[in-house]
Ligand binder design. Structure first.
Ligand SMILES: *[C@@H]1O[C@H](CO)[C@@H](O)[C@H](O)[C@H]1NC(C)=O
Ligand SMILES: *[C@@H]1O[C@H](CO)[C@@H](O)[C@H](O)[C@H]1NC(C)=O
Ligand SMILES: *[C@@H]1O[C@H](CO)[C@@H](O)[C@H](O)[C@H]1NC(C)=O
Length: 386
């Protein structure tokens, strides 16, 4: 195992923060902060080069930036920028096949911005905008690849758009999956032809089956479960936040909420799959829990941040018998202003296959062989704590 890894934190402040997480004994420290636009709220790592990542600039005009992180110093350097041609971009997803095209959800006005990465993975080309102006109140929130298709959750228009055609150069709307009126679909996960949707306003997690890149029409809903903790007063108004899926050692989903009045803070609901079942509600002590991400080798850890209080916490993912999430390290409130998203910076030699990184300061992981040298999302490691 590596003994430490870096994390990047997006924010509604102008700063991207670099954190260092040491595994044993677990500790979290702030390494550096870098100005990157006005509100670098969402971050995405390049899947083939762990020195490169992208950040939204969630402003009224909307921007997308590419940045480089130095693995040794943790220092971040902004490289290139492009307008997303729409307001308040909330999310960046890799789309198409491979690692050369990005899709960005523009919340304001409702559109998706697509751009192709040049060979250096840093500069942007071929901008394309797809607008959802056939409906009122469109607020695109997330862009998720589903094979040859792209799915876009639309929080304002209560639907999940299906887009096709990127291979021929231009994406276009093929249809949409309806969600209940007023439910506010915010974040989605597609797995094994099931669409899991977390609704910000209804605070439900639903599962719909047979959602394939070629399917059309309305898929069957087989589950709809509230993520609101059982001991939260019914009068409280909560806003569902993030939805995450970990495949190993067995499939688990995490759904966060915000604005819970409990003195124990906002909660993360834990679900097991097949059938979708809520198995735990974990109070975090965080206020306005916004960014939550799975980080580390084989997603061994979950990191969560309170935008309005509580700081940033790292949990080890443990077995059901141990309570699913065990807090192991934290940063107090105020060290990072308004944390909104997180990404893991995989050790350099692992992400690149160890061939071209002569200057890397991170040793290879003894005994760990990635099953794929390309996609870090699909690598499998032995996980120690289950
Ligand atoms: C990753 O990107 C960085 C920054 O552009 C570059 O210096 C490095 O050579 C790239 N690594 C690989 C393996 O291409
Ligand atoms: C992170 O912490 C480890 C020790 O746990 C240290 O070796 C490494 O240099 C630190 N990295 C940065 C960028 O500060
Ligand atoms: C991805 O690959 C599939 C199968 O080769 C192809 O049908 C599809 O059009 C491709 N999609 C994009 C966006 O390139």
């Amino acid at each position: 195992m590596t003994s430490s890894f870096l994390l990047l934190v997006g924010s509604f402040s102008p700063m991207i923060s670099t954190l260092n997480f040491t595994l044993s004994p677990p500790s979290l420290t702030l390494v550096s902060q870098t100005p990157a636009g006005t509100s670098p709220t969402w971050l995405l790592g390049n899947p083939t080069n762990s020195s490169i990542f992208y950040a939204t600039d969630e402003t009224e005009t909307g921007g997308l930036n590419s940045l480089i992180i130095d693995h040794v110093t943790g220092k971040v350097t902004p490289i290139a920028s492009i307008s997303t041609q729409g307001g308040s971009p909330t999310h960046i997803g890799m789309v198409g096949n491979g690692s050369t095209q990005l899709g960005v959800a523009n919340y304001g006005g409702g559109s998706v911005f697509f751009t192709t990465l040049e060979d250096d993975h840093l500069h942007f080309a071929n901008p394309q905008l797809v607008k959802f102006d056939s409906v009122q109140k469109s607020n695109a929130h997330q862009v998720v690849s589903n094979g040859a298709q792209v799915l876009v959750s639309d929080l304002g228009a209560d639907r999940v758009w299906r887009l096709n055609g990127g291979a021929s150069g231009q994406w276009s709307i093929q249809g949409a999956i309806s969600r209940p009126s007023g439910s506010g679909p915010r974040h989605i996960v597609v797995d094994d032809s099931s669409l899991y949707t977390l609704h910000e306003r209804a605070n439900t997690l639903t599962q719909q089956t047979a959602v394939t890149p070629s399917s059309t029409g309305q898929p069957t809903e087989v589950a709809s479960i509230s993520i609101i903790p059982s001991d939260t007063p019914a009068s409280a108004t909560l806003y569902a936040g993030e939805l995450l899926l970990a495949h190993t050692p067995s499939p688990v989903m995490y759904a966060s909420n915000r604005e819970d009045p409990s003195p124990a803070g906002d909660a993360i609901a834990v679900f097991e799959l097949n059938p979708l079942t809520k198995v735990a509600e974990i109070r975090t002590g965080l206020q306005h829990l916004r960014g939550v991400a799975l980080v580390g080798e084989d997603n061994a850890y979950l990191i969560a941040g309170g935008m309005k209080g509580g700081g940033i916490k790292v949990y080890e993912r443990v077995s059901a018998a141990q309570g699913y999430l065990k807090e192991v390290a934290s940063l107090p409130a105020g060290v990072v202003d308004q944390p909104s998203s997180f990404i893991w910076v995989p050790p350099q030699d692992v992400a690149t296959g160890g061939t071209t990184q002569a200057s890397t300061a991170t040793a290879s992981i003894p005994g760990v062989v990635p099953t794929s040298s390309v996609s870090r999302a699909h690598r499998r490691y032995k996980i120690g704590s289950w």
